[in-house]
Design a protein around this ligand. Structure first.
Ligand SMILES: Nc1ncnc2c1ncn2[C@@H]1O[C@H](COP(=O)(O)OP(=O)(O)OP(=O)(O)O)[C@@H](O)[C@H]1O
Length: 219
């Protein structure tokens, strides 16, 4: 049996002056999982994704990434998507998409080729030469997804990726995320407070006051 991509056992996260963001979280993210992390504002959804991404260290319990066989902070292992599509304004969309690959040392021509394939996969092949300020919010979010796709990660973490978009665009972005997760064979975890988004995924985890209320898993 392959190891889970992420395994949390009794994981807790307390910020500075005693704010408990997560408490006694037990969960697994495994290859092929497509999960919505749901809960009200302040319940701990982002904190859980940050822990999965290795961006913050838990203050109690344990987190391991044995199935990733390396650091979760490597974009070729974990791809991150946030609410605001962060693109470098001075670079074209294609240059933005290829950037993590060129940073990692891939030759520019090869990185651009991968970038073009990724833009094609997310449905904005025509926008490679555009600058970020020339594209819509939904198109920018597709470009961010393409940047993740180009790195071929094993796990995609998306934190409220559609909360700035209208409902129709949001639905299309979730469809794109599900499709790229299937195509790459990457697990997908989306934090959302939107029941329509949650309803699109096969599993829903409910977070309340930093605790996971529902998980169909056994550690
Ligand atoms: N860097 C931080 N420093 C101190 N407290 C924090 C920090 N980040 C989050 N918190 C607190 O941790 C708790 C959980 O926050 P978190 O952002 O994980 O919730 P969330 O469910 O993602 O909320 P939202 O839906 O509003 O984004 C909240 O009480 C929040 O104020």
């Amino acid at each position: 049996m392959t190891a889970p991509l992420v395994r949390c056992v009794g994981a807790g996260l307390t910020y500075g002056a005693g704010v408990t963001a997560l408490a006694e979280v037990d969960c697994l993210v495994e290859a092929g999982d497509q999960v919505a992390v749901m809960g009200p504002s302040g319940s701990g959804k982002s904190s859980l994704l940050h822990v999965f991404a290795g961006l913050v260290r838990v203050t109690s319990g344990d987190v391991s990434w044995n199935g990733l066989e390396g650091s979760p902070r490597d974009p070729e292992r974990v791809g991150l998507i946030f609410q605001e599509p962060a693109l470098v304004p001075a670079l074209t969309v294609l240059e933005n998409v290829a950037l993590p690959l060129t940073f990692a040392g891939m030759p520019v021509v090869e990185a651009a080729e991968r970038g073009r394939d990724a833009l094609d996969l997310v449905g904005v092949a025509n926008l490679g030469d555009a600058l970020p300020q020339e594209v819509s919010g939904g198109q920018a979010q597709r470009a961010v997804i393409a940047r993740v796709v180009a790195c071929r990660p094993r796990l995609i973490l998306a934190d409220e990726p559609t909360s700035k978009l209208d409902r129709a665009t949001a639905g299309r972005i979730i469809d794109v995320l599900l499709r790229v997760s299937d195509d790459l064979g990457a697990a997908l975890v989306i934090a959302t407070h939107d029941p329509a988004v949650g309803g699109s995924l096969e599993a829903r985890w409910q977070v309340e006051d930093g605790r996971l209320r529902s998980q169909a898993i056994t550690l």
